[in-house]
Design a protein around this ligand. Sequence first.
Ligand SMILES: C[S@@+](CC[C@H](N)C(=O)[O-])C[C@H]1O[C@@H](n2cnc3c(N)ncnc32)[C@H](O)[C@@H]1O
Length: 326
Amino acid sequence: MNDPAAEFQHETVLLKEAVDALAVKNDGFYIDATFGRGGHSSLILSRLNKSGCLLLIDKDPQAIAYAKEKYKKDARVVVWQGSFKDFPRALEQLEINRKPDGLLLDLGVSSPQLDDASRGFSFQRDGELDMRMNPEVGESAAEWINVAEEKEIADVLWQFGEERFARRIARSIVKKRVLSPIETTLHLANIIAGAIPKAKQKKGKNPATKSFQAIRIFINKELDDLEGCLQRSIHSLAQHGRIVIISFHSLEDRMVKRFLKDKSTRAKLPRGLPIMDSQLDEWQKKNGMPAVVFEIIGKPVKASVQEIAVNARSRSAIMRTGEKIA
Ligand SMILES: C[S@@+](CC[C@H](N)C(=O)[O-])C[C@H]1O[C@@H](n2cnc3c(N)ncnc32)[C@H](O)[C@@H]1O
């Protein structure tokens, strides 16, 4: 096998914090739903005994090939390629008749994806403009950007990148792609840089940063996948199962925060209502209020100063944990 991990490494973010938050039981069943290069998986496995089980999910064929090779002799490990939003389908297909005791999401892209120019994620290395986590499925960034309407491009850059020059950039993309189709990452990065006034460009930050992030989120339907996964965890996690999510983008974190808050908030009861604590959930359901499904565990966790010093990517990470209680 061509071993991509030998060439491109991923520095795992919040390694111990995330695995501690899963509260791994040594005979439990866990899902690392964003395997990458398995930093979190290795630590989870070190806490499982022979009866434990770990399901590894990733969309990326290189990550999957790496996982299959690495764990081919470990009977506790099962590997599945697909979106984490479909984790209940993975359980069905693999005939795992057990609900997971923990689900870990370490969102975004891995360093191997970013560092390999041919994957088309990077504005620093020239490569075919692709950006798909699974290059065998769906539309590439180049396919989209060469046909999308100006308004759609502007909306994507604004909505997923909060890029204040979204309209100017979209106008420039549409003008320039008539001259020659945008096929490479540097071609797109140069168009974006040219559309943002020099005086407004931040020193030390590539002007294409926000736009590339926005296009990647759009192409991979990252927010839809996250919402789908959170919703499915309501029914598909075991009692006292934990969901641990590491986000790198404010839109993701907002979604996770809102989900956990909505699913853990007890209604304020009218004063003097003659019901007991044990009847609260039933009363809440009967009155059309969302059921309390999760308990929020601890405060949001950020990377330590020491971690940020050795891994700059961890700077924007924020981790939240919920435990299923109903
Ligand atoms: C930040 S990396 C995870 C790194 C990993 N925790 C480690 O220590 O090596 C994110 C990984 O999740 C995968 N991924 C992102 N969104 C996904 C989704 N919706 N479904 C499945 N995999 C996804 C990416 O392909 C990438 O390999």
